[in-house]
Each structure stands twice: as structure tokens, then as C-alpha cells.
Design a protein around this ligand. Structure first.
Ligand SMILES: *Cc1c(COP(=O)(O)O)cnc(C)c1O
Length: 255
């Protein structure tokens, strides 16, 4: 693995090139450093290298990790959130990228009202229509936006999507363009601003930036391949050990 500073240089030049190619400026795009499955030392290294946004996909994992990390970064939950973890999540995270149901939206708003938290939310949209992907179907987004706008304790900042993995990332372009167009329609329809578009990962961030991403969520390109299967599950569990086969079984046992 190359030194992180060198990798950051390469990522920076790709983002700058993608901005230049699409009439945007580098300052329009922020990087979410995705540290899931990595330990607190990786978060510390990221912060030392100037990252100010840490992305994690599980409440439980972030819960044990965050207290062991330097302060000074925003923690964003990029994975889906279940209603029964909202209270805990609001103690760790200020930003939520993958809100995918109205009940979760309402739960966040009611807990936030009670605790005085002021979370920023993005709605996940299943633009590609893949069955395996989470998020609102595009036709359900207006109702979710309307609901979000009615809740005073939260701010709807924008939208998030995940493109299918494509060996040729150019093929992901319609997904990212689709999210941008949906956002534009929501802004016009509701007379509101939804500035954030969370889209683009290691494989496809350059295309996402060209299509308007304001937050790219980067893990593998920065920190290398993540440990898989068993190792990953015991990391997720904060060394609680392994439990069952496959992520699904793990989630049911420990969530
Ligand atoms: C893991 C993850 C990422 C980062 O993926 P890489 O391909 O490693 O950059 C981005 N977004 C979400 C929602 C993730 O769970």
C-alpha cells in the first residue's frame, strides 16, 4: 500500500480533473473518508491527513470506535438506520446519508426534538432500480420530501444513491445524472434547496463528480481492501466474536 499522502494526491487530481471537465470547482466536492471495518488508528490517520468527515455504516461499530478516535471530525452515517437505533445514532452522528423510510424520518425527528440534536439528512434513492439496493423508489421521493419538510427538528440537505458496480464506471453515469435531475425537480416542486448529492465510491467517484456529487464516499481507494467475512464481522462487533454465517445472520444476532 502506498502512503496515504500519495493516494490522497492521486484522488485529489482525479476529483479536480472531474470538476474541471464539468465546469465545477474543487471546493464544490467534499470527501467522506469511509473507515468502516478499520480501527481507530485509521480514523486518526485520516484526520491527521486533513479529512474532516468520517463515514461509518453501522451504529454499533461507530459506537465503540468513535470514543477511541481524535475529535475534530464530523461523523456521517452512510449506511441504513433502523428505527430502534435512532437514539444511539444521534449521539454519534450529525449527518445521515441513507434515510430510506418515512417511519425512520419521523423517529429521527421526534428523538431530535427531545434531545435538541439538529441532524442533517439525505434521502437514499434507488435510482438504478436494482432489487438489492436500498432507498426510496424515485416515485416515492416527493412524499418523503414533503414529510421531511414538515419536520422542524431535522434538515433535509439532499439525496444519496449507490450505483451498481460496473467494471466500466462510465456506465454508472445515468444513475448519478438521474439523482441530480430528481433533486432539481424536487427543488423546483417544493421551492426549496437540497444542495447535497452524496454519490460516488471508489469505483465511480470521478463520474459522480462530473454529474454533480457534493459528497463522495471513499473507502477502498484510501485505506485499501477491507477485511472480509469473519474478520470483518468480529471487527464490526468490537471483538464480540463471530456469530453465524453471512452478514445477514450477523445483523440479526447483534443488532
Ligand atoms: C463502504 C461504503 C462506501 C465506500 O465504498 P468503497 O468502494 O470502498 O469506496 C460508500 N458508501 C457506502 C454506503 C458504503 O457502505
Amino acid at each position: 500500500m502506498k502512503p496515504l499522502s500519495e493516494i490522497i494526491g492521486e484522488v485529489e487530481s482525479r476529483i479536480s480533473a472531474a470538476c474541471a471537465a464539468s465546469g465545477r470547482t474543487r471546493g464544490d466536492v467534499r470527501i467522506v473518508a469511509v473507515t468502516k471495518t478499520h480501527g481507530p488508528e485509521t480514523v486518526a490517520e485520516a484526520i491527521e491527513h486533513g479529512f474532516t468527515i468520517i463515514g461509518e455504516n453501522k451504529v454499533q461499530e461507530a459506537e465503540w470506535k468513535k470514543p477511541l478516535c481524535p475529535s475534530g471530525a464530523e461523523w456521517h452515517l452512510i449506511g441504513r438506520l433502523q428505527r430502534n437505533k435512532v437514539r444511539r445514532a444521534l449521539e454519534i452522528f450529525t449527518h445521515f446519508h441513507a434515510i430510506d423510510s418515512i417511519p425512520v424520518l419521523e423517529k429521527i425527528a421526534s428523538v431530535a426534538e427531545e434531545t435538541g440534536a439538529a441532524p442533517s439528512l439525505m434521502l437514499e434513492v434507488n435510482v438504478s432500480g436494482e432489487r438489492s439496493k436500498g432507498g426510496f423508489a424515485p416515485q416515492d421521493v416527493p412524499a418523503a420530501v414533503e414529510k421531511a419538510l414538515s419536520l422542524r427538528s431535522i434538515t433535509l440537505e439532499g439525496f444519496m444513491t449507490m450505483a451498481p458496480f460496473e467494471p466500466d464506471p462510465e456506465k454508472t453515469r445515468p444513475v448519478f445524472a438521474g439523482l441530480r435531475e430528481l433533486r432539481d425537480r424536487m427543488e423546483t416542486g417544493f421551492g426549496a434547496r437540497f444542495p447535497e448529492l452524496s454519490m460516488g465510491m471508489t469505483n465511480d467517484y470521478a463520474v459522480a463528480v462530473q454529474e454533480g456529487a457534493t459528497l463522495v464516499r471513499l473507502g477502498t481507494v484510501l485505506f485499501g481492501e477491507r477485511p472480509k467475512a469473519r474478520v470483518q464481522r468480529s471487527v464490526d462487533a468490537g471483538d464480540a466474536g463471530e456469530s453465524g454465517e453471512g452478514g445477514g445472520a450477523y445483523d440479526r444476532v447483534l443488532d
